[in-house]
Write a protein that binds this ligand. Structure first.
Ligand code: PLP
Ligand code: COI
Length: 342
């Protein structure tokens, strides 16, 4: 099949119209079988709970093309599990993990010409989402839900790609609270962070680094990604916090870090430790591994990258991870699934 006529190596991380998306409806206590459609809009009741009370969650995962032309998806079973957990936490009716995976496979097949060619650095970003569509005015779960999946071909999340970014620690805004919903992928978490993110950008920083809301002392995560630091004695340190999203990319990097002689440690990370790290980075599906060039905390700034390039360990981890994702390296941990053609 001919590929879509796109400038693959220069794609931005953004929405682009593709051929089809898929939607499922939960009504009268059952999920339907789902339909593929070209429609980019959704009919929505004005009293739908997603609009008023934030009954909405989503996922993000990526599909790549291997050298031999297969479309493969990275750790989809983990995204399926996390999606179910997000739905349950805000009392929505989850789809089964099997339905989640089947929906992604169907929509990728219907948009096969948008899977970027191998070697372009681009990928097909998959965005599953669930909405409370049933009307309520009292604060209650909806009686109807919509699960949908759309796709869009993307390049790197941060415009600079695999180049160090500058973070600023935000103390005046909390993204999430310890017993709140920071550990699930609900839209409200991102709305809560928007003002901090935009303010950081206006000051010339790439993104925000949040501290934990309770002590204002330990690192939580960045707006769209988890955080890690590499210590001088080669520990891969990443925050253990109940208000951050458990990143599938981070979990994968923890495994790969051991392979390159780093000792992974998931624990509370005091903000003062940033001044001792030799490298730092952000990680996530969209962000992949994005090296951190500097962090500004109050009136102090620590610089990790003096030459504008990523450090040795971040580079090695990035190369290992992306090689597995695109099928260039053996899939020793069974992370990659081929999407069947039929
Ligand atoms: N943290 C937040 C707030 C995110 O939105 C994401 C993106 O999904 C991540 C972390 C990284 O998670 P994952 O690696 O599973 O994409
Ligand atoms: C992802 O990495 O998939 C995300 O959902 C992060 C988002 C802010 C783009």
């Amino acid at each position: 099949m001919d590929k879509a006529p796109l400038d693959w190596p220069n794609l931005e991380f953004g929405y682009r119209k593709t051929d089809k998306n898929i939607r499922f409806t939960w009504k009268d206590g059952v999920w339907d079988k789902g339909v593929l459609t070209e429609d980019e809009t959704i009919p929505l009741h004005m009293a739908a709970t997603c609009l008023h009370y934030g009954q909405e969650c989503f996922e993000g995962l990526k599909v790549f093309e291997t050298k031999s032309g297969d479309a493969v998806v990275f750790r989809i079973d983990e995204n399926a599990k996390r999606f179910v957990h997000s739905c349950e936490k805000i009392l929505m009716e989850p789809v089964s993990e099997v339905t989640f995976i089947d929906a992604v496979f169907r929509v990728v097949k219907a948009n096969r010409r948008f899977v970027p060619p191998h070697g372009t650095g681009a990928s097909l970003y998959i965005r599953p989402l669930m909405l409370g569509t049933g009307p309520q005015v009292g604060v209650k779960p909806a009686g109807e839900y919509m699960f949908m999946v759309f796709v869009t071909p993307v390049g790197p999340y941060f415009k600079t790609g695999f180049k160090p970014v500058d973070l600023i620690v935000e103390e005046k805004v909390d993204r999430a609270a310890p017993l709140g919903v920071g550990d699930v992928k609900v839209g409200g978490n991102y709305a809560a962070g928007l003002r901090a993110s935009m303010a950081a950008r206006a000051k010339g920083y790439t993104e925000v680094l949040y501290l934990d809301a309770k002590h204002k002392r330990y690192i939580d995560e960045s707006g769209p990604a988890n955080f890690y630091g590499i210590t001088k004695d080669n520990q891969y340190v990443t925050p253990d916090s109940e208000s951050i999203l458990p990143s599938i990319t981070n979990k994968s990097i923890v495994t790969l870090a051991e392979e390159i002689g780093l000792r992974p440690q998931r624990r509370e990370v005091d903000i003062e430790e940033i001044f001792e790290f030799k490298e730092a980075g952000c990680c996530g599906t969209a962000a992949v591994i994005t090296p951190v060039g500097s962090i500004t905390f109050r009136d102090r700034k620590v610089v990790y990258s003096k030459d504008g390039n990523a450090g040795k360990y971040s580079t090695e981890l990035y190369e290992k991870l992306t090689a597995i994702q695109v099928g260039d390296a053996p899939d020793d941990y069974d992370w990659v699934r081929r999407i069947p053609e039929q």
